[in-house]
Structures are given as structure tokens and as C-alpha cells.
Design a protein around this ligand. Structure first.
Ligand code: CP
Length: 299
């Protein structure tokens, strides 16, 4: 079996990413059955040390539809983590049971790149601390491409908790591979010290520039200081008031989960320009395509 992992977007070339999008298109059009759809007794291990709804369920669905039985390890009670076993030992032991691939969601404490050197089974990053969430960035771009022809012509404004966002950090890398423009807008406490992209001081300036706006969840749990929410909402939230006068074809996105009334109001979630639930639908196509391309040796 060819061996590859999907952890860090900066190691991929545009043609490999386009290959994933092409496979997702074929899956979406239902024009090719899974190459392995008749395989029996093939297992994908899904290891989620952190909570998840979208990523976990879409990997479960993607695994089933690609012909792999998903075995889920949630890392809570009744596992040997309770006895002090390390996260790395846990993964090494799961790998020793020889699943076809391992999907991992974990915090910053586990080094997925080093782990990938220790096991001979593909690892798929399903959200790694604040470091990367590559499958989310891909499904975001795939969703935009359902509406637009050329991603290199798009200007994506990411608003909010950039510093703690693995999604934003994956977009910083993917934008370099695919050539789309990226900018951020957030209070200083939510910006990275090393700024790799353009920063807009006000939401209005950013929205005047953008063709796509993506709000991020305010990650209260990762902030030491309390966020002044009313002030945040006035200046940075996607609300009817703040979006007044924006382009009629502005695309509105959010990777989820949404804090309604904090970074986005419910009427914006349901705005006709909102792609939020379409992002979730794309997640299954993209994760199926990644599994298929990795297992088929195309990555
Ligand atoms: N976007 C995302 O990763 O959502 P979950 O945490 O629910 O998987």
C-alpha cells in the first residue's frame, strides 16, 4: 500500500490539491464508484482526543462511503489514558493494530509530523491544536469553487480569533499553494505576532476589499483575559448592521461551531449569501476524496 500522510498543507503542490478537488467532483457527481467499495474488513481508525461534531461525523460518513469501517477512539473514560498512557503511545498502539489509515484530532502537545515518521500508516490531520486543520481549509475552498470559477481571483477576509484558529493557519498555507488573496481583521489580542497576511483595522475596510468573508469562533477557552463581548460584537461580528451595504455576491462562511450572537448573528447564518451548511456538505466530499487519493496512491 502506498504511504502518504495529510498533515501539513505546505508540503503539497497545487496539482495535488486540484487532484483532491477533481476526485471530490467525481464523488459529488456520483460518476465513479469508490475504487475500494467492494473491499471487506478494511478499517479506518478515527482518534479524537478533542471534541468535534462536523469533522468527526464527516470522517465517519466518508469512511463508510469509501468502504472502510470506522473505529472511533474518543480518548475519554474507560481507556488507558486514565492509567497515564501517553497520547503518543496510544496512537502507536492503535497503529500496531494495522488500520488502513488513522484520522487524528489532538491538541498542540502531540507532534503529528514526528508521529508520522514512527508509523507506517497514513495519518490524516483532523484538527491539530492551533497549528493546522487542513481538511477544513480544503473544504472551504471547494465550497467557494461551487460558486466561483477561479480561486486565484478571490479575496478572503478572515475575521476574529485568528491567533487561536487552526483553520486560519491552514488557510495561510493553502493561499500560498493555490494563489488566493487572504487578509484578516480582528482585535490585537486575536492576531498572531508573526503576521503573514494583510491586516484590516476595521471590518468595513475589510469588507470593501473582500469577495468572501469568513467569521471565526471566539475561542473563549483559549483566552487568558475575558473578551469584552459587546465591544467585539460592535466592531467585528457579522451582523445585519455591520454587513449593511456589502456586495450582493459576497460569500459568507464560518467553519463552525458558531457562537450565535457573538461572532455572527443568526440572521446572517441564514442569509442567502451564507455557505455555512454547504461547507459541511463539502466536508464529506473532500474527506472522501482525501481518503480515496491517499489510499489509491494519488497523494
Ligand atoms: N469545523 C470543525 O472542525 O468543526 P468540529 O470541531 O465540530 O469538527
Amino acid at each position: 500500500m502506498p504511504y502518504s500522510s495529510f498533515i501539513d498543507l505546505s508540503v503539497f503542490q497545487a496539482k495535488q490539491i486540484q487532484g483532491i478537488f477533481s476526485t471530490a467532483d467525481l464523488i459529488k457527481a456520483n460518476s465513479t464508484p469508490s475504487a475500494i467499495s467492494n473491499s471487506k474488513n478494511k478499517v479506518g481508525a478515527l482518534v479524537f482526543f478533542e471534541s468535534s461534531t462536523r469533522t468527526r461525523m464527516s470522517f465517519e460518513i466518508a469512511s463508510v462511503k469509501e468502504g472502510y469501517y470506522p473505529i472511533l477512539f474518543e480518548g475519554g473514560s474507560k481507556t488507558s489514558l486514565e492509567k497515564g498512557e501517553t497520547l503518543e503511545d496510544t496512537i502507536l498502539n492503535i497503529a500496531a493494530m494495522e488500520p488502513e489509515y488513522i484520522v487524528i484530532r489532538c491538541g498542540d502537545g502531540l507532534n503529528l509530523k514526528e508521529l508520522a515518521l514512527k508509523i507506517n500508516i497514513p495519518i490524516i490531520n483532523a484538527g491539530w491544536g492551533v497549528i493546522e486543520h487542513p481538511t477544513q481549509a480544503l473544504l472551504d475552498i471547494y465550497t467557494i469553487l461551487q460558486q466561483r470559477q477561479n480561486i486565484a481571483s478571490e479575496k478572503i477576509l478572515i475575521v476574529g480569533d485568528v491567533k487561536h484558529s487552526r483553520v486560519a493557519h491552514s488557510h495561510f498555507k493553502l493561499a500560498k499553494v493555490l494563489g488566493y488573496e487572504l487578509a484578516v481583521c480582528a482585535p490585537g489580542a486575536m492576531l498572531d505576532k508573526q503576521r503573514e497576511v494583510k491586516v484590516f483595522e476595521t471590518l468595513k475596510q475589510g469588507l470593501d476589499w473582500a469577495t468572501v468573508v469568513m467569521a471565526l469562533r471566539v475561542q473563549h477557552e483559549r483566552h487568558k483575559e475575558t473578551i469584552p463581548l459587546e465591544e467585539y460584537k460592535n466592531q467585528f461580528a457579522l451582523t445585519k448592521k455591520n454587513l449593511q451595504g456589502t456586495k450582493s455576491d459576497l460569500l459568507i462562511m464560518h467553519p463552525g461551531p458558531v457562537n450565535h450572537g457573538v461572532e455572527m448573528d443568526t440572521d446572517i447564518f441564514f442569509d442567502t449569501r451564507s455557505l455555512i451548511l454547504k461547507q459541511v456538505t463539502s466536508g464529506v466530499y473532500i474527506r472522501r476524496a482525501i481518503i480515496r487519493n491517499i489510499m489509491g496512491g494519488a497523494l
